[in-house]
Design a binder for this molecule. Structure first.
Ligand code: 3Y8
Ligand code: NAP
Length: 248
């Protein structure tokens, strides 16, 4: 008897939840509690941290979880590390649903950097207009370059004062090329800072940068623990013993 825990919070996790809800597989969907009103899911849903790897191990035992699917975001490194540790501790099968990173197209002008601090250092000295598409949690280091005119994009309106003057767009995506082109053009954006999330939900700004010939400072993904990893919902369903209809 399968009882699956989906560590969610991404578009791919929502697609997986919809597929699982069509079967008789028992599953729980888990959000980290990062946004005020996360999207509804067609499965029983829990919101908030587990209390580290040990808290997750305890949850797995208490809730009699038999399979864990890490469908979190490639930058949700702490959650992924905790899942690997807790599943090792409890001997619970673990699989990751992880989309491939975006790859630079010939006419993309990317500056690839390892982390946010390197992204700050990659910005020019002279004042310019910068779109920070990296969410709310990691913007503080840009206060070291206050000379730029920043546009930020958050899922929810900021609660605390910002660490530097900036224009904030509140939007949860997924985003479309025409909207991104319009936003970048009207703001005269000259630089984009992005994380290599992969997937389609945030890709439009990368395509818009190519159309407009804008440089993108692209933050590479953090290293994640070794674990079984697939890129499609169909492969997860196969792993759960529920091969989907071909091409479904
Ligand atoms: C809470 C669930 C859907 C899901 C939408 C995808 C696409 C838009 C790309 C930009 C980049 C960013 C950010 C982003 C993307 C999708 C998808 C994806 C990037 C929601 C969601 C949760 C979160 C958490 C949020 C983070 C933030 C990151 C905004 C729901 C909407 C920048 C990542 O305010 C905060 O604290 C927000 C925090 C983690 C990164 C950060 O560090 O600030 N995602 N995003 C999940 C939870 O609580 O467990 O609210 O419904 C999910 C989505 N985010 O329905 O289509 O393919 O997943 N989310 C990044 O750098 O890529 C936006 O603006 O261009
Ligand atoms: P993170 O830094 O890897 O995790 C920090 C802590 O948040 C975890 O240790 C865990 O707390 C809790 N947590 C994270 N995801 C959780 C989940 N799905 N269910 C329960 N607890 C969770 O995570 P993050 O980068 O802040 O991402 C948080 C959520 O937003 C995830 O669901 C992720 O999929 C989604 N998201 C993130 C990004 C991104 O850019 N990081 C983009 C899109 C969506 P405890 O240690 O207490 O268990």
């Amino acid at each position: 008897m399968i009882r699956a825990l989906i560590l969610g919070g991404t578009a791919d996790a929502s697609l997986l939840a919809a597929e699982i809800a069509r079967t008789r597989i028992e599953a729980v969907y888990s959000y980290g509690g990062r946004t005020r009103v996360p999207a509804d899911q067609p499965l029983p849903t829990r919101i908030g941290g587990f209390g580290g790897a040990s808290g997750l191990a305890e949850y797995i035992r208490r809730e009699r979880i038999t399979h864990v699917i890490d469908a979190t975001h490639p930058f949700a490194a702490q959650m992924s590390r905790n899942a690997a540790e807790a599943c090792a501790q409890t001997g619970t099968p673990l699989i990751a649903l992880e989309r491939a990173p975006w790859t630079r197209a010939p006419n993309d002008s990317w500056i690839e950097v390892a982390d946010v601090n390197a992204a700050v250092a990659a910005l020019p000295e002279r004042p310019t207009k910068v779109f920070l598409a990296i969410g709310r949690q990691h913007i503080a280091p840009f206060a070291m370059r206050p000379q730029h005119a920043y546009t930020l994009r958050f899922v929810d309106p900021p609660e605390a004062p910002l660490p530097f003057a900036a224009d904030v767009i509140v939007s949860r995506g997924p985003f479309r090329l025409d909207g991104e082109l319009e936003m970048l053009r009207t703001r005269g954006t000259a630089w984009i800072v992005a994380r290599n999330s992969g997937g389609v939900g945030a890709r439009a700004k990368i395509d818009a940068a190519r159309v407009l010939g804008l440089p993108v400072i692209m933050i590479s993904r953090p290293k994640l623990p070794e674990r079984l990893r697939v890129e499609s919902v169909a492969e997860i369903m196969q792993w759960l013993g529920h091969p989907t209809r071909l091409g479904a």
